[in-house]
Design a protein around this ligand. Structure first.
Ligand SMILES: [Ca+2]
Ligand SMILES: [Ca+2]
Ligand SMILES: [Ca+2]
Length: 245
């Protein structure tokens, strides 16, 4: 082996040793350290990332290139943290009281918004606390920006999904909500100041999965149940569900 190749091997070995000792914070370390919306937690690096709970590929800043958004939830699902990989840059979010995350083109501006399902304790409805609500965030290409932090939706919220139900290029938020005697699926549009209800449809409270699986989904193919799927569409402002067995 030549002196030069020996030298290269030594340099490579030193770099890997340095990486091993420099990057010591896993997502679980981060989640164990900080409280909700804690921005002082250490930034994660690519070397720290074990298997995420979810991965979303989406163009979040509208530059034509997809970013990689990886979600890491604490055991029990009370909070989580996510990373945005944009080219060589990896940015770590604050800790959020998150139970779910979707990406969707909500506002007509280039780039998909980040839709966070979060726990809130600000009492708006008679329901067990903390309750589920939705926040909207954005990746600007440089940082994570909090766009809208709602305390509650119109009715007690059980689950969320996202889909373009009318094919206009802007995605609707699809929410499974509880009413006094049963559940409804409600389609919402994000108007920048909050979610405006467009239409709703009676639904089963149990066993309903909203807008999943996400890949290969047809437009408006949004609601599935254990016994089949319901093709959900917005037609002239009316929410229409066609059952498929
Ligand atoms: Ca992008
Ligand atoms: Ca957008
Ligand atoms: Ca739409």
């Amino acid at each position: 082996m030549s002196d030069r190749s020996q030298q290269r091997r030594k340099v490579a070995w030193r770099i890997s040793l340095t990486l091993a000792f420099t990057f010591t914070f896993t997502p679980n370390d981060v989640l164990a350290q900080g409280g909700p919306r804690d921005t002082t937690v250490p930034a994660l690096s690519q070397a720290d990332l074990p298997n995420p709970d979810a991965v979303h590929l989406a163009d979040l800043d509208g530059d034509g290139e997809e970013e990689i958004l990886s979600v890491f939830l604490a055991p029990g699902g009370s909070r989580g943290v996510f990373t945005v990989q944009d080219g060589d840059r990896l940015v770590t979010s604050p800790i959020y009281p998150v139970w779910g995350l979707e990406t969707a083109e909500l506002d007509g501006r280039p780039g998909d918004e980040i839709v966070l399902g979060v726990w809130s304790s600000l009492l708006r409805h008679p329901e067990p606390q903390p309750h589920r609500t939705v926040w909207v965030l954005r990746w600007t290409g440089h940082r994570i920006e909090e766009v809208w932090l709602g305390s509650a939706m119109a009715r007690p919220l059980l689950d969320i999904g996202v889909a373009d139900l009318d094919g206009d290029g802007r995605w609707e938020l699809v929410a499974l909500e509880r009413t006094a005697d049963r559940c409804v699926v409600t389609a919402y549009r994000f108007d920048g100041f909050g979610f405006v209800g467009l239409a709703r449809l009676p639904a089963d409270c149990i066993g309903l999965e909203l807008c999943r699986p996400i890949p290969e989904r047809e437009r408006g193919d949004c609601v599935s149940t254990p016994s089949g799927s319901m093709h959900l569409r917005l037609v002239d402002g009316v929410l229409v569900g066609e059952r498929r067995e």
